[in-house]
Each structure stands twice: as structure tokens, then as C-alpha cells.
Design a protein. Sequence first.
Lengths: 423, 432
Amino acid sequence: MFRKTVLQEGVTLYVRNTKQFKTINLSIKFKSKLDVEQNANRAVLANVMQDSNAVYRSQSEFQKALDALYGTVYYTDVAKRGDVHILSLNTECVNDEYLKEQGVFEEVLNLMRVVMFEPNFENDTFVDEVVQREKRVVRERIRSVYDDKTRYAQKRMLELMRPDQPASISAYGNESAVEQITADSLTAAYNQMLETDEVDIYVVGDINEDELITTISSLVDLKGRKIERTSEELAVPDVKEVRHILEKQDMKQGKLQVGYQTPITFLHPDFTKMQVANGVLGGFAHSKLFMNVREKESMAYYVNSAYASHYGIIYVLAGIDAEQEEKAVKLIEEQLEALRNGDVSELEMNQTVALLSNSIRSSFDSAKGQIEVYDQYKQLDEEFTADNLISKWEAVTKEDIIEMASNITMELVYLLSGREATE
Amino acid sequence: MEKITFENLQETLYHEKLENGLDVYVLPKRGFSKTYVTFTTKYGSIDSVFVPRGKKDMIQVPDGIAHFLEHKMFEKEEGDVFQKFGENGASANAFTSYTRTSYLFSTTEKLYENSKVLLDFVQQPYFTEETVEKEKGIIGQEITMYEDNPDWRLYMGTIQNLYQEHPIHIDILGTEESIDKITADHLYECYETFYHPSNMVFFAIGAVDPEEMIDFVKKDQSAKTFSEPEEVVRDKHEEPAAAGVTTNRINMDVTKPKFSFGMKCNRTDVNGEELLRQELAVGLAMDILFGRSSDFYSKAYAEGWIDESYGYEFNLEKSFGFAVINSDTEHADKLEQLIRTTIESAAGDWALREEDLERARKKRIGQYMRALNSIEYIANQFTHYLFNEMNLFDILPVLEQLDGNDLKEAFGTIADPKGHTVYQITPAGQAN
């Protein structure tokens, strides 16, 4: 779906010409190995690169320039996938065709070059004042997870299940790692990123592919780099007994997280089978969890399961009355047991495959969706298409579901609530 | 069938008003593989006082009933509607706002089977005392979920400070006490009054053939029987210009204090193009004064008085309107002072620069074009605008006409300090 051009070893351009959108999207992704200190540096770096540059020395000057380019959006973000950290520079501008003036996209391309290669330096390092300010902002972002009880419960579950492993390491690093950043360390992180990261550049919109490839090749002045990905075998705890952790905050609802482990990961040949199994269990509004825990027992407003395939983790989350925890866990476990026993109808299988298909096809209806889905799945198949994936889901049988469900083992029950810990 | 072309946007909208009063709109979008369909009634949480269809006197029903009704529409004698959508590969949902209730699905296959499911389930109510009782547990959990959400509490708290009488000060979900009073009879009464096709809009967008879809809906509707269209008589929402409460704070288990500044709009008895002009003009004024390129933002961000949670918005519908500026902050007093002086500087003799206006205008144009990439945005916003007698596709021409005086005048409708309020959440509990 994307036309691929290798600009240098380790630096790849993916372009897609389409008339589907009124805007042009560009995303530059810097990929490195996940590491708490580096993540912290890159989280702050992303903010600093969004704040200003050598041409626009302050946030407000920069923002004014973007506004004047018909509200061109420019933002940076950091994320993780498996044990890879991703810093993205993203921009979206309106296609000239819909505007009263021409040349907006050319200016935006040039701005992206500035953002990447002409940082707001004083004496060859980032400006200390900006660095200190953005450190504070990132620190507060890390801290604020506490205020969002659903996210906090999720974070705690992952920390308890996989301490100090990629599954629980934040793409922002942590507060003490952010604290240690200096203008010098940040400048070093920036230089290292440009020199050694794997770089993937995406463009989606109504563009002339040939011209764009030539333009970007000349704008992106990056040297070739060797990309070696070694993934380590990570320790998975041996479950002798399910751990049961209660934590208390001043709150009304109980946030239940049930964590399971599975050897079927993203790169495993049975990955697509596990996607279907997770869908039958709790991915949708027709799934077992929704139908039984919510509709039948009226115990929860939200209850669903999620498959963190890169980490070999499946988890169920639900908002419940804390007093009902035991009953909820029992009901959840019963749904999984039903899968293990093959208590899965053809209708449930068909509904799940239909909704998985709908969701992957729908995600291609946004430029961002096209970029993100392709960027993930190209690791499995460079020629990735939605139809290809859908045909794999369609081939999944009830026997496969039974096998997948028997590869899901409960590891942890975590409840965050206002209830006193009694155990 | 009426065909409306918006050349500068390269969009064509198809419309037909059916005999039973239902408005059907279809907007085909090239290159899209999914179709998004919404079926919406002009009935939201603020409509709890009204004259029931066929009766003479106003009645009051328990708060939160529009949302409760939305939940109960999905349950039928033969089972749950999500099952049917799932079978046809559609992802379905619904939402209730202050002024509307919308049922929707998106699909990449079996468009007409799914459209049939949508039309049928919304037009065939099935409520029993037993199913109504059962829902109270689910919605009870939804209410406590929102009660634990500090950003929602901050937002609702601000509106509750601003409005004294208008039912917008009541939570869309109601309370555990109010929903406990809801009965199947209530639901039928509300349903009969507000779910008549003449009070509803059907909107299909994406991979869809307009003629086929309009024909399909027409055939479906003519096979069903409906009573005559009748104007719904709703309570007039009177509301004083001043904010009900000027300041309020609550404690929650959060790490950083949360601050919100509310501004009540004193001109809400408008609709149609006048409403659109006012909404866009206040929006531009807010962008210039409080946007990321404003002096206010530069100062507040540099001083550390606001952080990434900072945001501002303006909402305007017939009978209510308000602006909200909010951020997590350790410096609430300084932030409040700066907001107040910024408002003052613009409320009097605002030295609005032409270049600032032009830049804000360009920014809004870009924002609008970007939004038109989203078929969900178009369907939901189009319906919202339609219920206020505006047209989503008129935004561009109106934006282009606005001048400095329009902005000053419009900003004046939210600038009176008597209509302002502050709501805060202070850290307590474990986080403290």
C-alpha cells in the first residue's frame, strides 16, 4: 500500500498517493531500543523539538508561523512497541487544492527539515531554560497518571506483572530519569538519534510520488546506519499461585485488572488465532465478557479484554463495585473456561471475525491509521494488506480457540478501590 | 431528492424529507471503505419537562432519563441488538448529550442489513419493569466511573457553578437516586414524545450510494405506521445572566490541583446563521486571546502556571452557551488573575490587530478542512448544527466574512465578570 524507497541504509521513505483526504500527513519516526534513561531523554527531546527551532526561537513565534500556514498541525510524541521506543515528528497540512493560496506543503516540508536539523541551539547545545521547562512538563505528565484511575490501575498491573521489563517501562522514562537530564545530555541524545536510529518516514495524501521522493531525498540529510535488533528472552514468572493485590485510593468505583500470560506473542505463528480468541472473550460488545458480566449480571458498565501481543499479556479490565470483586473474577474466569471447553458458537466466531475485519478496514479510513497500522504490521509482512490479515482470521477454527484459551494463564488479580485492604 | 453541492469543498450532499417527517441525508465520500450511519433524535438530558404526546399538561420525568432510554433501546425481547450488528460486521454505539440522542454504526460490509437493524431497533421500543430494574446496576457503575474522573468533575462543576436553573446544570446521566425512580412507563412516555420520525435525522456517510440509500430508507419507513407529525412542546429554559456560584472547590485523590474558569454567554436566544456567526466569532476571539500563539499562553506556559493539560473551548446552542478555560496548576491565583486581565483588555476597547485576525481565520479554515477528513465528525456535527438550524457546510463562507467588530461584539457576550466562575479540585487522600 505504500511505495517504499530506501534513502540510506536504515532510513526509509514510505509514500502513498491518495485523493481520500483533504490534507497531507507526514510522520517521521525515530526508533531505538527501549531504556529508561534514554526514554526520559527522548520524551523531553520530543517536547523541546516541538517548542522551537533555529528559525522560530520561541513557541509562540513557531505557533504563529504554523497558524498562518492554514492551521498546519505539528506535534511530536513518544510511544513504545515491544522493546522499541519511537519518537515521532508529525505534521498535517491542508492540500493546496482547497486553499486560496499555493505552496503550503512546500513550506511545511521545509519546516520539517528545520525542525529536524536546525534545533534551537546556543553554543551547540539546547537552551537550558527550555530544557528545564520541558523537564518539568514531562515530569508532571508522568505524575498525572495517578489522577486517571483506569490508566493508573493498568500501569500498576503491568509493573506488578513485569517489573523493569519493556511491558512496564514507560515511553516517558520515569521521574528520576527525567530529573537527571541536562542540556548536554539532551543534546547528546539528539545527536545520537540522528546518527544511529532506524528512521521511517511516511507521507500520505494527494501528492506526486516521484517528485516527493526526490524532494525528501534532498531534504533529509541523514547518513546510512546499521540497524541490529536483538530481542532478549525475557523472564516470565512461573505461576504457582495467582497473586492478589489490593490497593487503596480515595475513590468510589473499583478498578479491576486481571492479568494473564500467554506464550503466543506478536511474532508467534499463532498470533492471528489469539487475536480471534481475545475477540471472542472480550474484544467487542457481542463478546462473552460484555454479554455475561455486563448485560446478564449488571455488574459493570465497562468490561473487556485486551491483548498486549508484544508482551505476551492478555488482561481483562472492568469498573465494578469493589465489594463484588470475588464474584466478578469468578465470572471472568468462567468466560475463559468456556473458551477452553469449546463452548463457542459459530455465530460468536463469525461476529468476531467480522468485527476484527471491520476494525482493520476502518482504520485505513484515516491517514494516521494507515501509517500506524502499516508501521506495525510491516514487521510481519512488507506486503501487508488488510485482506491478507482478514483471510487469516477467517481460517481460525473452534479447535484453534480451544488451543489458544488453554495457552492463557491467570497471573494476577489487581483491584484499585476505596476499599480497605483486608488481606 | 435534493442535491446540494459545495464546490470549494468538493462535497455533495443529498437530502430528502420523507412523508412521516424524517430528514434523510447522504454524503458519499470517495476512497472510503467504511460507511458511518447515525440515527438521531432531538432529545437530550435537558428535555425532562415537556408535554407528552397526546396530552395537554407539562410533566417532569426523573433526571437522566434520556440516557437511560438510550441504554434500554438496545435490549429487545429476542436479545441484545449488539449481537445483530456483530453478525453483520458492524460496530455499533450510541450517545446522549444535552440536546440529542444518537444511535450509530460503522461498517465495511452489509450496509443495508445494518441500516435495517438500526432503523428497526430504534423504532421498536421494548421496555419491561424487569429489564429497567436490571439496567440500574449498569448505569450506577457508569455514574461512579464519572464520579472518579477528575476532568469530568471539573467540567461539570464549572457548568453547575454557571447555571442555576437551566437543566444543563444536571448531569446527563442523572444521579443514582434519580435513575432509581425511572419506570418502564416513563420510558414509553418519553419515547412516544421524542422518537417520532419528524423529530429525527438519519445521516449516512462514506462508502454509500445516495439514491439507493434514500430509496431504502423511504421504503422502510413507508412500510411502518406512524402517527401524524406533531411539534414537541418543551419547557422554556429561563436563566439569569449572572453565574449562580462564583467560586467552588472540591477535594479528590489527585496529585496536582485542577483549575477551571467558566464564562457564561448572555446571548443564547439565537439560531440559524446568527448562531453560527456568534459561535465562530467567539471561537476566533478565544483563539486570539487564549490560543497557543497568544501572549496569554506564552506567559502562562513560561511561568509554569499551565501545563500540557491546558485547554479552552466555547459551546453555544439555543438556550445555553459557555466558555471554559482549564489547566492543572499549582498557581491558581496567578492564572486566574491573568485570565481576568486578558478578558478585561479585550472586553473594553480591544486593540485587535488585523494580522492576528487573519492568522486565527487561517488556522480555523485549516482545522475545519482537517475535520472534514473524518466521516464521524461530519455526521455528528452536521446533525448538531441542523438541530440548531445551521448548516455545517456554511462554516467557510461565514468564517470568511467575519471582521474585527464581529469578534469584539461576540466576545462581549461572554466577557461580563458577573457571568464568570472558578471551579477547583484540590488534592486530598493518598496523593496528598
